[in-house]
Design a protein around this ligand. Structure first.
Ligand code: ZN
Length: 404
């Protein structure tokens, strides 16, 4: 089970590198766009009753109003999905593996498997989302401008009257406004918004990345707190909920940063397994299957000459007695030294698309193998619960946003 070190999680009101992880896996698959699975998180259903109530309450015909509310919700989430797809497409252009897009009550979440990005790339991926919303708003602008002239929408009252209608025109204007709002809200320079990523990308060119992250995350807490206050002041229940999600996302980003730093301090040699010294290139493949199929190093005279991937071994299991380890081993493996950090080892595993790396000393001698299973073990080791994090973690877990 390869674990992504960092996932680009774009919450539509924002983004966060983190481990929203298995909680998001509970979402329902609704579509696949350009090979990227788009999923719907069950918590999204929590806002459906509110939408139905809100729109039927403000409409003369409650049933028509409720139906209109469903269309508005659909239009908003289609815009959010467009925003996330833009992040995903640009990330894909950079050769990063996009896992999936999940639609949540607060917006969307795009999971991209990768380590820390160079500032320019991070900025490009972050900008793509709001840019898509601006493009969508721009595409709708001829209709909106036409309405401004025809319906004389020059006053706020006239606009409010149009938005109170349950018509196709009002839906189009609503969609245009939502896209403008999505673009501008996401550009607020604070985590988990895209603007927070832009801020971090810019600050990383001036200071250390961890410091840049801390500042952007700090700004995220301030925005979360302000939306709680604003919600209380305006007596609007949606703002505190948004603030809570923003706080969780900012916290998750901070947690990822701590995790990253912990993994940077741990030497991979401490977690590598000797695995009987690997297998010899002339040994029958069947020997590599003894003790269960796994990723194993092929070692000749103490030197690693190749890697036998679990998947390859399983594929050849039916002819394992006819083949030698050397026949199917991968010679294009990347080795690491025992002092290499777990973080760097995982980065190289992801970069090479390999589930394991052999660990060798400076004389190229085999010291062990570091596999995805070991990585899972290290993650558990460093992710032991910290007391200070409890309230956010509990809320995130309760909402099914965070894996256990
Ligand atoms: Zn975004």
């Amino acid at each position: 089970m390869p674990i992504p070190m960092n996932e680009w999680c774009a919450v539509s009101a924002g983004d966060a590198y983190d481990s929203w992880g298995s909680g998001v896996n509970r979402a329902w698959h609704i579509a696949t766009v350009r090979g990227v699975a788009v999923r719907l998180h069950p918590t999204l259903l929590l806002i459906v009753p509110w939408v139905l109530w809100h729109w039927s309450d403000r409409s003369v015909d409650p049933l028509r109003g409720a139906l209109f509310g469903v269309f508005v919700l659909g239009a908003v989430f289609a815009s959010v999905a467009g925003h996330e797809l833009a992040h995903a497409i640009v990330a894909h252009r950079f050769g990063l593996a996009v896992r999936d897009i999940t639609l949540l009550p607060i917006g969307g979440l795009t999971r991209i498997e990768q380590g820390p990005l160079p500032p320019r790339r991070e900025a490009a991926i972050a900008l793509a989302g709001p840019a898509m919303n601006l493009l969508l708003a721009l595409a709708l602008s001829p209709i909106v401008l036409g309405l401004v002239v025809v319906r004389d929408l020059t006053t706020i009252e006239a606009l409010a009257r149009l938005l109170a209608e349950t018509s196709v025109t009002s839906l189009l204007v609503f969609t245009a406004i939502s896209n403008l709002l999505l673009a501008f809200l996401n550009l607020i320079p604070a985590f988990p918004m895209d603007g927070g990523r832009l801020l971090r990308a810019w600050l990383s060119t001036l200071a250390e990345r961890s410091r840049a992250t801390r500042i952007s995350v700090g700004a995220g807490y301030v925005v979360a707190f302000l939306s709680l206050l604003l919600g209380a002041w305006l007596r609007d229940p949606t703002l505190p909920v948004a603030g809570l999600f923003l706080g969780i996302a900012a916290f998750l980003e901070q947690r990822t940063l701590l995790l990253e730093r912990a993994l940077q301090r741990l030497p991979v040699g401490q977690f590598a397994v000797w695995d009987g010294g690997g297998v010899h290139p002339d040994e029958p493949l069947a020997h590599a299957l003894q003790g269960g199929p796994r990723d194993v190093a092929v070692v000749a005279d103490g030197i690693v000459v190749g890697m036998l991937w679990r998947e390859t071994v399983l594929r050849h299991a039916h002819v394992a007695h006819l083949l030698r380890a050397a026949d199917v081993m991968d010679r294009s493996f990347v080795a690491v030294s025992p002092e290499t950090s777990v973080y760097e080892a995982h980065r190289r595993m992801l970069a090479g698309g390999h589930p394991a790396v052999p660990v060798v000393d400076p004389g190229n001698r085999y010291r062990g193998v570091f596999t995805s299973d070991r990585l899972t073990h290290v993650y558990r080791y460093v992710q032991a619960p910290r007391r200070g994090a409890a309230p956010w973690v509990l809320v995130a877990r309760a909402l099914g946003l965070l894996g256990r």
